[in-house]
Design a protein around this ligand. Structure first.
Ligand SMILES: *[C@@H]1O[C@H](CO)[C@@H](O)[C@H](O)[C@H]1NC(C)=O
Length: 366
């Protein structure tokens, strides 16, 4: 799924066609929109939205009367941050659990939830719940202020991310994460990763998903780290709108292997329980953040949802993991009752108790 087998010639051809499409589309569609918006800087007072919002989220609409405008605020190196890049005006139940679990396990750190939707539905019960947590803060993820430097600036202004065939919000998320970590540093956590214990306090780490891939889906870096600089510099040329993950896991894995060909091999030659090291970056083994893989076996990810087998308790009593990644794009259809004994319901019960309680009292599913 991650490594594409399309041969090189075909890829070059597709890229040429795509570039032509991109160019004509940008002339006919995007340029007039940009010009029409007079440079497109959003003004919260009169509701003139930045033009990228229409491109990222064509269906995004501000609900009249319910406006609660967020302000842009970048993370600091001590913060934990999440990014919501599909312009949802609230979070889903699992996303809220991810945020609450990170906030509870790190009571002395600010947890910042950066949302591409500038106006939130603050009456939403899940957002109200998160706002009762003193170290959680919601802020606006203004792409025009994220992508202001280097090649990413043009990549964003040309709306390159629009051509990624159904994966726009994931590609934007990969680029945003890399650029924010590069510029400001901090701890980044995917919105589909539930924190199980306080994350490692050392600096400059990420994790293996499996023997072939390293990812920053849960990661921590100091500002200006050379690995992130290199990722960001490579995004415009590595971006492949046809496949998954060209500027996420594939790029991190490639760059780490390139700079440390002996230490970071694919497949990995390290012992499955041991970290790998490359120029001051620690690559934690998969058991740290991805204890349940999305697809070695057909039913593996499903085991997060299975009930009546005591899997939840068994998982929690045996795992040393810091985080459980739900691979939401593959797992979002699975639903479980909070009363069951599945991995998801046990993990939620212990790590996002306020959310868990709300789900139970409202008779909802996890
Ligand atoms: C490779 O790994 C070894 C053992 O962990 C470490 O001492 C060395 O510094 C690493 N090499 C690089 C280039 O980081």
């Amino acid at each position: 799924m991650f490594f594409m087998s399309i041969n090189r010639e075909r890829r070059v051809m597709v890229n040429v066609i795509l570039l032509m499409c991109a160019w004509s589309l940008s002339v006919t569609l995007i340029v007039p929109l940009m010009v029409g918006n007079g440079g497109a800087v959003r003004n919260g007072a009169d509701g003139d939205a930045a033009s990228w919002i229409q491109h990222l989220c064509p269906n995004y609409r501000t609900k009249p009367g319910s406006r609660d405008t967020l302000s842009w605020r970048p993370p600091s190196a001590q913060d934990i941050f999440f990014t919501q890049t599909s312009c949802a005006a609230a979070l889903s139940i699992r996303e809220a659990c991810a945020v609450e679990s990170a906030a509870r396990h790190h009571p002395h750190q600010q947890v910042l939830v950066l949302m591409t939707a500038p106006d939130l539905d603050r009456s939403h019960p899940l957002l109200q719940l998160l706002q009762t947590l003193s170290n959680v803060q919601l802020a606006w993820l203004d792409l025009d202020r994220v992508f202001v430097e280097g090649g990413l600036r043009e990549w964003h202004r040309g709306r390159q991310w629009m051509f990624s065939e159904g994966r726009t919000s994931a590609e934007v998320s990969d680029a945003v994460r890399a650029e924010l970590l590069r510029r400001y540093g901090g701890t980044y956590i995917d919105l589909d990763a539930i924190t199980l214990r306080p994350l490692p306090t050392t600096m400059n780490w990420l994790g293996r998903i499996d023997s072939k891939l390293v990812t920053a889906a849960v990661s921590r870096f100091a500002p200006g780290h050379p690995l992130l600089q290199s990722v960001v510099d490579n995004i415009p040329s590595s971006f492949d709108p046809h496949g998954c993950c060209s500027i996420g896991p594939n790029l991190f894995t490639h760059l780490l292997h390139q700079s440390c060909p002996k230490n970071v091999t694919t497949p990995s030659s390290a012992h499955p329980d041991e970290a790998e090291h490359c120029n001051g970056v620690t690559i934690f083994p998969k058991s740290y953040f991805y204890p349940i893989h999305y697809g070695y076996r057909k039913d593996q990810l499903e085991s997060i949802f299975r009930e009546g087998e005591g899997l939840g308790r068994a998982f929690l009593s045996s795992t040393q993991a810091f985080s459980l990644h739900l691979f939401n794009s593959l797992s979002h259809q699975g639903q479980v009752s909070p009363d069951g004994d599945s991995v998801l319901s046990e993990v939620a019960r212990r790590n996002c108790p306020a959310l868990f309680h709300l789900v139970k009292t409202k008779d909802r599913w996890l």
